[in-house]
Ligand binder design. Structure first.
Ligand code: ZN
Length: 325
């Protein structure tokens, strides 16, 4: 991979005990539709398909609830103007809606990295304890070859996801929002924000920095870790459930295929080296929405229309998880 950092250590491909995408899809769509969806998303179109607009869903979320698509952000743009030495740990919290299917549910959305990290190398290189070992506070993340950064991508998808979930009554907390704080927060703090909020579900949004030709999304599940401050044993099963549902709905809504370079085609990877997962006490997964260094994936990731689909796909997985929990 072209990027070395906490989120990009070579993951250990792992074959799950069953076909997770099939299971997740089966829980969400009628059987007759399933075969078509799998064909369409995995072997059929090989890219953005019509599945998003036509697939039936057990969720009440509909395309009519989508926010208007925005154009791709300008590469290199940075709104951060605050040079404070320490980032505020205060998460951005939305006002809970008065009603809706997700009323009373708390969802923490963690936009991976921070657009300001590039200007704070000393701060983000500081080592923090993730239970199993020590690791950098945070990293800059990757970017497309044209310079659209992962940090801007994750923040944009997080905003869209927040809007969708709030419309259904959820309370949504972002671990950071643009220049607040101006860098980070550190990965241990990102986990702590979800824990302190007693989140019903938490998700960290990323895009990968692998080689050209490496395509597709994958959802990262916490391994069972019990070391130091890390103890994921209580959340492994629930996080897998959340991750399988998110993978299934993301595939269906975006048409993006599961990764062809990790996860053996399942779209799921289990890791024990991510502080954001190791230190979580609430159900949590990461999603790598695509590979920014692949030209085909980059064309999708830089499209506002596609990012709206990404947010919609993620939201439907979360909603599915919360409704059965
Ligand atoms: Zn990342």
């Amino acid at each position: 991979m072209s990027y070395v950092g906490p989120d990009f250590d070579p993951p250990q491909p792992r074959r799950p005990r069953r076909g997770p995408l099939t299971v997740a899809l089966a829980a969400l769509v009628p059987g007759a539709l399933l075969g078509w969806l799998v064909y369409e998303a995995v072997g059929g179109s090989g890219g953005s398909s019509g599945a998003a607009g036509t697939a039936a869903s057990s969720s009440t979320v509909s395309s009519s609830s989508r926010a208007p698509a925005a154009s791709a952000a300008t590469p290199g743009t940075n709104r951060s103007t605050n040079d404070a030495k320490q980032p505020s740990a205060t998460p951005t919290t939305s006002a809970p809606a008065a009603s809706g299917a997700l009323k009373g549910k708390v969802i923490v959305v963690d936009p991976g990295h921070n657009p300001g990290n590039f200007r704070h190398p000393a701060e983000i290189n500081r080592q923090v304890d993730i239970g199993t070992n020590k690791k950098e506070c945070d990293t800059t993340g990757t970017s497309t070859n044209a310079g659209y950064t992962e940090a801007r991508f994750t923040l944009d998808v997080a905003h869209r996801l927040r809007t969708i979930l709030e419309r259904q009554g959820a309370t949504v907390k972002l671990t950071h929002d643009g220049d607040s704080p101006p860098w980070g927060p550190c990965v241990d703090e990102r986990a702590r924000i979800g824990n302190t909020a007693h989140a019903d579900a938490a998700i960290s949004i990323h895009a990968d920095g692998s080689a050209e030709g490496d395509r597709g999304f994958h959802v990262i599940l916490p391994a069972s870790v019990h070391a130091g401050a890390a103890d994921t044993r209580p959340i492994v099963a629930s996080s897998r459930d959340l991750g399988e549902r998110v993978a299934g709905t993301f595939l269906r809504v975006t048409g993006e295929p599961p990764s062809n370079y990790v996860g053996e085609g399942t779209g799921l990877v289990t890791r024990q080296d991510l502080g954001g997962l190791n230190l979580s006490t609430v159900p949590k997964v990461f999603i790598e929405c695509g590979n920014m260094r692949d030209s085909k994936d980059a064309a999708l990731l830089t499209s506002g229309t596609w990012r709206q689909k990404a947010a919609q796909g993620i939201s439907e997985g979360i909603v599915s998880f919360l409704r059965q929990s």
